[in-house]
Design a protein around this ligand. Structure first.
Ligand code: 6R9
Length: 646
């Protein structure tokens, strides 16, 4: 089922890369055999410290505890800005490409410094102190990066909430982290449409009495509600303060940010990352995995609302003094050639995107790609979900003209930085495989009985030793961290993903083994969609599973049991889908909703998700044993009315 044909490291790719195959082996071995020496060297090379650390690391994987560069002091914004000023003050730090192809902006490191200092002073003037949480609900504009760095500068902890989330989801996140300040924009602009961000903030804040300040960037000039004492315009406030702000010396283990992510149960978890280890891992991986060289233009298409935007639009590239491109729009607006036009326009060297985007563009044919030159491209990256070999080959041959290595990077919000990926020039590629572990990463496979799988085989993917950008806690609930990640297998971190290891020690990620769906690279827990559905008056019970989707990777399939007295109708279906969008966000809208008089349950009352998944995937011949069901007739009924048929 897996292609074993390898793409040898081409001569062109090998030339000038930071490492060759021997270099990777040597550094990887050192990172495992002499970790303290390895990490001390890297930490001194990639990060500037205000005070040296006394100990490289201390961890206890059974309790989910990790501390890196103990007693070290540093400031992330100083590392991403100030230390570059002498050498590259005039170099472009951020290229902003607007949704409208006629709009762009270049921000030099010197301007970045001024913008970040000003906003940091605004936050201070509004009473924000070290350790306080600040919520960012922003479109893809440079001010989003300024805001993250301004928080880091004064030691405030940012919690970025993706602009596609609903007011309710925003409210939950503001309350969970007890944010008192929100930074937003009047509207966002995506694909020619405006997104009412400030309006959503207004709705969310109805239930957040402790928020005393909302800073709003004027992006479109739309009419918005205004509260005299609470609301300030970004541009007015920044103009009124000093352009200098000393960076706060932070302990290596002080929190840098919280980012909410979906799990298999309950509400989203606030993944907490700290300062020193996170920054080092983001910078180190950006340097080696993208083989970044000084002066290159690097473009990651993620949204800053996801971890990929944190580590690979903002922190990793800026820590390395790179030029990072930030794109406000979508790959298909104004047409399907947009990404390639942007690559030519800004002479992009490294392009990092998600398989869902690659598949969507692939479906539109080669013509839009071939209308561009893409001669500046040197490297292609993939992240967010498994990339199917067909999409990989298209990316490599059509987009990259069979000349640019494809780095398939496996990692998670919780890991903070890339964990498994090829290094250009060092690793032979296999389409569909994330290949080998990054430095210091010790992956392993465990079977369902808790035994380690050695050599070639399948299993649940775990990480055996601490790494610098490891999740430190689930905000406000450390027990949940232990239960979710460190209890399935004793003493190791459980990723929630399944994987296969082949004869070359390459990893092939097969997808989540828990109840987390991956829709267009966005994580969403089945439990979240279910809770949204049952909140609706017409719904008695709901069960949600994933099924394969050509473009999105997975689609959402919901089985819904109506309340007694409710007559199922097409109008109600439309209403339910819209209801989920409102509750969670548009990306969580179910693709299929099947009415059912009941759900298949075991005699002890547990929903048989395995069977629901098979029916949703139209895999009826492998339905398995249904004899333990309380009412086997339900299954017949579900099969008869199933919606996703081949
Ligand atoms: C960075 C990011 C994490 C989940 C992860 C896995 C899936 C990410 C992948 C991949 C196969 C890859 N995933 N990268 N699966 N190959 N290269 O996406 O973080 O949003 O937390 O999602 O995404 O299932 O567990 P996050």
């Amino acid at each position: 089922m897996y292609k074993t044909e390898q793409h040898q490291v081409s001569e062109a790719a090998r030339r000038n890369t930071h490492l060759d195959a021997d270099g990777y082996e040597r550094l990887y071995r050192q990172s495992i055999e002499q970790p303290d020496t390895f990490w001390a060297e890297q930490a001194n090379r990639f990060v500037e410290w205000m005070q040296p650390w006394s100990k490289v690391q201390e961890s206890n994987m059974a309790r989910g505890e990790a501390a890196w560069f103990i007693d070290g002091k540093l400031n992330v914004s100083a590392n991403c800005i100030d230390r570059h000023l002498a050498k590259r003050g005039d170099q472009t730090a951020i290229i902003w490409e607007g949704d409208d192809p006629g709009q762009d902006r270049r921000i030099s490191y010197r301007e970045l410094h001024e913008q970040v200092c000003r906003l940091a002073n605004v936050l201070k003037a509004r009473g924000v102190k070290k350790g306080d949480r600040v919520c960012l609900y922003m479109p893809m504009i440079p001010e989003a990066a300024f805001a993250m760095l301004a928080c880091a500068r004064i030691g405030a902890v940012h919690s970025v909430v993706f602009g596609g989330f609903s007011p309710d989801a925003l409210r939950d996140r503001i309350l969970n982290a007890d944010c008192r300040v929100v930074i937003t924009a009047d509207e966002g602009v995506r694909g020619g449409k405006n997104v009412a961000l400030k309006k959503n903030v207004e709705k969310a804040l109805n239930d957040c009495p402790d928020v005393h300040t909302v800073v709003t960037v004027k992006r479109t000039g739309a009419d918005i509600a205004w509260h005299e004492h609470r609301d300030v315009w970004y541009h007015e406030a920044c103009a009124a303060v000093s352009a200098d702000c000393e960076p706060e010396p932070m302990d290596s283990e002080d929190p840098l940010f919280i980012l909410y992510t979906s799990g298999s149960t309950g509400k989203p978890k606030g993944v907490l990352h700290t300062t020193g280890g996170y920054l080092l891992s983001a910078a180190l991986t950006h340097h080696y995995v993208f083989d970044y060289h000084d002066g290159e233009v690097y473009w990651c298409t993620a949204d800053v609302g996801w971890v990929t935007g944190h580590s690979y639009i903002v922190y990793g590239p800026l820590c390395n003094g790179a030029t990072t491109l930030m794109f406000e729009g979508v790959p298909t607006y104004p047409d399907a050639s947009r990404c390639w036009q942007v690559i030519d326009k800004h002479q992009v060297n490294v392009f990092y995107t998600a398989p869902t985007a690659i598949r969507a563009l692939m479906a539109l044919g080669n013509e839009p790609v071939k209308s561009s030159s893409r001669a500046s491209l040197r490297l292609l990256g993939s992240v967010g979900e498994p990339i199917n070999p067909e999409a990989w080959e298209w990316y490599y041959h059509v987009v990259g003209d069979s000349r640019c290595p494809v780095v398939d990077t496996w990692w998670q919000t919780e890991t903070g930085s890339i964990m498994i990926a090829p290094l250009p020039g060092a690793t032979n590629l296999k389409p569909g495989s994330a290949t080998r572990p990054f430095f210091g990463v010790e992956p392993a496979l465990f079977d369902n009985d808790g035994n380690e799988v050695h050599g070639v085989g399948d299993g649940n993917l775990v990480i055996k030793r601490s790494w610098p950008s490891q999740i430190r806690t689930v905000y406000g609930d450390h027990q949940r961290l232990i239960d979710t990640y460190f209890s399935t297998y004793k003493g190791v971190y459980f990723t929630g993903d399944g994987a296969r290891r082949d004869e070359d020690g390459y990893y092939w990620i097969t997808g989540r083994v828990d109840d987390v769906l991956n829709i267009s690279g966005h994580r969403i827990g089945t439990a979240e969609v279910e809770s949204a559905l049952v909140l609706h008056d017409a719904v008695a019970e709901a069960a949600v599973v994933g099924c394969p989707h050509d473009i999105k990777g997975q689609a959402i399939y919901a089985y819904v049991m109506p309340m007694r007295g409710v007559t199922p109708s097409d109008e109600l279906l439309v209403e339910l889908k819209a209801y989920v969008s409102e509750q969670v966000g548009a990306f969580a809208r179910p693709d299929f909703i099947q009415w059912t008089p009941g759900l298949p349950k075991t005699r002890s009352g547990k929903i048989m998700r395995r069977i629901l998944r098979k029916i949703a995937c139209d895999e009826l011949d492998t339905l398995g044993d249904t004899s333990t069901l309380a009412d086997p007739a339900v299954v017949e009924e579900l099969i008869e009315h199933r919606l996703n048929r081949a």
